[in-house]
Structures are given as structure tokens and as C-alpha cells.
Design a protein around this ligand. Structure first.
Ligand SMILES: NC(=O)c1ccc[n+]([C@@H]2O[C@H](COP(=O)([O-])OP(=O)(O)OC[C@H]3O[C@@H](n4cnc5c(N)ncnc54)[C@H](O)[C@@H]3O)[C@@H](O)[C@H]2O)c1
Length: 311
């Protein structure tokens, strides 16, 4: 497996490190030539500053796209047309019609397409998913997410919903194993050019609900969630990966270890590209998240709930 890394900025350098560790990194491409050269030299692979030169000179099977959201569609489309397996960072695309086009192209060319909804690989989320699936603590009724941070100044093309809340939108669908019927949002802007705080309510079947609260105002990093089940409340922290269960009879903490979700995510993409595993984040899942993010902005703009028809 030979994998090209496109975009070696704040987050892409993490992919690059892991791909190199796994012995599959074959080339680097970043529009910023100095960065491209720095990482090409660091990992002893060829480097490029545009996709066409990369495609013209390198043989590779798959690529990671870790560039700003507004560039995802064109880059991923070019790669899929060349029959590469493609991992695009979240959100897969800005517009849902772009996502639909990518899905068709991946299907037609029989290649893997996925997006970086990394929390599906967070061991804390996996444990809660297992509890929900086996109904160990009864029925999952309500999810609540808090994701707060200082504003990432380099993100210019999208607001907090597309950049940050999408993680929790995806995790809510993953834990409920369902898609929401309705979305209602209040969001606003204090310092960023796009919205920098948002509260999103996703309504699922049987009055089940996910409340997603995100902001770029809090000066500290908060990434927590809780799951209200009929027999317990399960709380967790995406960063420490600790899970706490409180029932009528007391509290227990079944996990405290930390594993790197990005490593698990990249391994799943490689195994899926080699036909050895199913891809955990299907392109249909990533498309649904984009559709919900689109509806979320519309809901906030109109001040009304938006009813969805997702598959
Ligand atoms: N999964 C996660 O937890 C997570 C975390 C952070 C960022 N991200 C995602 O990763 C992506 C990148 O975010 P970032 O924080 O690394 O941004 P960044 O601005 O730090 O890095 C983006 C890099 O892409 C390069 N670039 C821009 N346009 C390009 C093009 N057309 N061709 C090649 N290179 C190009 C830039 O020069 C830069 O080095 C975004 O989609 C973001 O949402 C995901």
C-alpha cells in the first residue's frame, strides 16, 4: 500500500507521522512548498505543491486529504477519477450535492471513500456503543455533547457547525444507530467571520434526542458527552477517554486508558482499501452529516426546525 498525504498543516502532520510509522507514506503534497519540502525531507519521500504534479509523477494506491474544507471536493474528485482510495478529512464536502457526486464516483470506480469522523475510533465511544448495542444499561434515550475551545484562528472557510459540531452529529448517529428526523439550531457569531457558537438539537425516532453544544468562546478545551440510558447515566471525556457509569447502586469507571483514535482510524482505512475490513465511516454517513450541517445553518437562519429525509 502506497499512500500520499495531501495537506501537512496543523492536523495533516499527524496523519503523516502515522502513515510513515506504518511504512505506507509514499509522497507529500501541500500548496505551501516550504511545508511540503519540510515534511518530504523529514520522512524521506518525494514532495509536491500541486495535485497534478503528484498524480503525474507518483504511483500510489490511496490518499489522505487534509486541506481546508472548501478544497475537499475538487481534490477528492480528482483523486477518485484516478481510481485512488480516498480519505478526506471532515467534513467530507461543504455542499451535500458535492458529497453525492463523490459517492457516485467512488461507487463507479470501485474505490474506498471515507471521511475523518474520528470519534467512531475513540475507545470511549466504542465502549459506550457496545453498552448501547447490548442494552447493558437499558435503552439509550438522550445524548448530550459539549465541545468548547479557543477559536482556531486559521479556520477561515467555515464556522463552528461545519468544523466542530459535525464530530458530535456523526457520533450521535453512530450511537443511536439511526439518522435524525429533525434538526433545530440556535447559533451566532461573536468574534469569528462565521458562527462561533451553536446549540443543535437532533430529534431521532421515539422522541430520542441529541443536544450538541459547541463554542469557540470558552478559553479552555472541553470535549465531553453523556448518554442517558433507562438504567444509568454514562458520562465520558473524548480527551481522557474515561467512561463513568452511574446507576441506582453507585458509580463505576470501567476504562481509563488512552489510545490514539487516529491510528485506529488510519488502520481501518488501510484494511478497507486492501479489502480486509469494512470501512467504519461509510461515505453515506459522511454525506448525511453534511446534509445535517446544511440544515443546521438553515434552521439557525430561519429560526425554525428543519425536517430531514435521510437514508
Ligand atoms: N478529525 C479531526 O479531529 C480534525 C482535526 C483538525 C482538523 N481537521 C480537518 O483537517 C482539515 C485541515 O485542517 P488543518 O487544521 O490541518 O488546516 P491547516 O490550515 O492547518 O492545514 C491545511 C493545509 O492544507 C494546505 N492546502 C491548502 N489548499 C491546498 C490545496 N489545494 N492542495 C494542497 N494543499 C493545500 C495548506 O497549505 C495547509 O498546509 C480540515 O478539513 C479540518 O476540518 C480534522
Amino acid at each position: 500500500m502506497r499512500i500520499a498525504q495531501i495537506g501537512v498543516g496543523g492536523f495533516g502532520k499527524n496523519h503523516t507521522r502515522i502513515l510513515s510509522q506504518l511504512g505506507v507514506l509514499s509522497a507529500i503534497c501541500d500548496a505551501d512548498l516550504a511545508k511540503s519540502k519540510e515534511f518530504g525531507t523529514k520522512y524521506s519521500v518525494n514532495h509536491y505543491s500541486d495535485i497534478d504534479s503528484l498524480l503525474g509523477s507518483e504511483q500510489f494506491d490511496a490518499a489522505f486529504v487534509c486541506t481546508p474544507t472548501s478544497t475537499h471536493f475538487e481534490i477528492a474528485k480528482t483523486l477518485l477519477q484516478k481510481k485512488k482510495n480516498v480519505f478526506v478529512e471532515k467534513p467530507m464536502t461543504y455542499l451535500s450535492r458535492e458529497g453525492e457526486e463523490l459517492l457516485e464516483l467512488a461507487k463507479k470506480n470501485k474505490v474506498i471513500l471515507t471521511s475523518g469522523y474520528i470519534e467512531r475510533f475513540n475507545p470511549a465511544v466504542s465502549l459506550v456503543k457496545e453498552y448501547v448495542k447490548t442494552k447493558k444499561y437499558g435503552e439509550l434515550i438522550m445524548l448530550e455533547f459539549h465541545r468548547e475551545n479557543r477559536m482556531p484562528l486559521h479556520i477561515k472557510d467555515v464556522g463552528i457547525i461545519y468544523d466542530t459540531s459535525v464530530h458530535d452529529i456523526d457520533t450521535a448517529m453512530w450511537l443511536f444507530d439511526d439518522v435524525p428526523e429533525v434538526v433545530f439550531v440556535r447559533s451566532g457569531r461573536i468574534r469569528h467571520e462565521h458562527e462561533d457558537f451553536a446549540t443543535i438539537m437532533l430529534g431521532f425516532r421515539e422522541n430520542k434526542v441529541a443536544i450538541i453544544s459547541s463554542n469557540w468562546i470558552t478559553p479552555i478545551k472541553v470535549r465531553k458527552f453523556s448518554a442517558v440510558c433507562s438504567d444509568a447515566i454514562i458520562s465520558s471525556d473524548f480527551i481522557t477517554q474515561e467512561v463513568k457509569i452511574e446507576t441506582n447502586t453507585g458509580a463505576e469507571i470501567p476504562r481509563k486508558d488512552v489510545e490514539e483514535p487516529l491510528l485506529l482510524e488510519i488502520k481501518n482505512f488501510i484494511a478497507a482499501s486492501e479489502g480486509k475490513e469494512n470501512i467504519r465511516v461509510r461515505p453515506e454517513d459522511a454525506l448525511n452529516t453534511t446534509k445535517i450541517a446544511e440544515a443546521a445553518l438553515l434552521s439557525s437562519h430561519r429560526g425554525t426546525p428543519i425536517y430531514l429525509d435521510l437514508k
